[in-house]
Every structure is written in structure tokens, then in C-alpha cells.
Ligand binder design. Structure first.
Ligand SMILES: [Zn+2]
Length: 162
């Protein structure tokens, strides 16, 4: 199979997987929001959907040098996944770019869609993923669901098979 064909197939599979995952997490948020409420006392008492989440993540490799990390927000009561965050401080496409004085450099820059979404160290990335998930929960307000408590598991795992 030609490399371009392979990349086109990967893009379709990726888009489909993201669409399905987004739908599943939206449905999970609806289920969790229907199960849990919190009361805000005051002159006018307000009830709103709220839950406790746990963060768990995995990293491409051990040793505080991973370029890629994934964190998942999991509802504590139901175990349903509510959100994920993938961060990467490396993209191969940036590494194989033409040199700055190369006549192809401007064309490369114009067509480059960088897939690196984090600038910083691996340790900084690990601290950033829960923040990104919390910020997104505030921004999108899925079903009005509020994360009132979060637990973070700060351990590293990897998928290498040595
Ligand atoms: Zn780039």
C-alpha cells in the first residue's frame, strides 16, 4: 500500500473514532448528570448536576521524557469516561521540514498543519492535562455537569513490551 493511501485511511479511521468517542462521552455526561445533583444553598436554593471525577493517564514511555500523554476523566460512581486529553510536544512532520534557507521552506510552512499541541517538558505536560480537561468542562458545560471534586493518579505507565 502506498504511504499516501495509508495516511488517507488513517485520517478516516481517526475522524470516525473521534466522532464515536465524542458521542459516547456526551451520552456518559447525560447519564451522570441525571444521576447526581448538588444543592447550592442561599436565598434561592439551586440544584445542579455535579459529580466527582478521577483522572488517570498513560504515557508513551517512562522516565519523564515522554513526548505524548493521554489523560482520561472518569466519573467516580459510574466509571464512565467523560472526557479525554491528548498532549504531544513532538511531531515528526516538524522534524523533517526543509532547512530555513531551502527554497521549499516557504511552501512547507504554508501547507504545514502542526499536530504538536503542547510546548514544554514531559512533566509540565502531565500537570497540564487535568487543567485542560477542567477548562474544557467550564467552556462547554456538558449538560450543565459540574466536576466538584477531582482525584489525580500521578503514576506513569507505558505500553512498551520489553
Ligand atoms: Zn509543526
Amino acid at each position: 500500500m502506498h504511504h499516501k493511501t495509508f495516511l488517507a485511511i488513517i485520517a478516516v479511521v481517526h475522524d470516525s473514532a473521534v466522532t464515536v468517542a465524542d458521542r459516547r462521552m456526551q451520552r456518559a455526561a447525560e447519564v451522570v448528570a441525571a444521576l447526581t445533583t448538588e444543592r447550592k444553598p442561599g436565598p434561592i436554593e439551586v440544584e445542579y448536576p455535579a459529580t466527582t471525577i478521577c483522572f488517570d493517564g498513560t504515557w508513551h514511555k517512562r522516565g519523564h521524557s515522554s513526548n505524548n500523554g493521554v489523560d482520561v476523566a472518569i466519573d467516580r460512581k459510574t466509571g464512565l469516561v467523560l472526557d479525554t486529553q491528548i498532549l504531544s510536544n513532538y511531531y515528526q512532520g516538524c522534524e523533517v521540514r526543509p532547512k530555513p534557507n531551502d527554497h521549499n521552506n516557504l511552501q512547507w510552512q504554508a501547507g504545514h498543519v502542526c499536530q504538536r499541541n503542547f510546548e514544554g517538558s514531559s512533566n509540565a505536560m502531565k500537570a497540564e492535562t487535568p487543567v485542560a480537561i477542567f477548562q474544557r468542562s467550564i467552556d462547554i458545560q456538558i449538560c450543565g455537569l459540574v466536576y466538584i471534586v477531582a482525584f489525580c493518579v500521578m503514576e506513569m505507565r507505558n505500553h512498551s513490551r520489553k
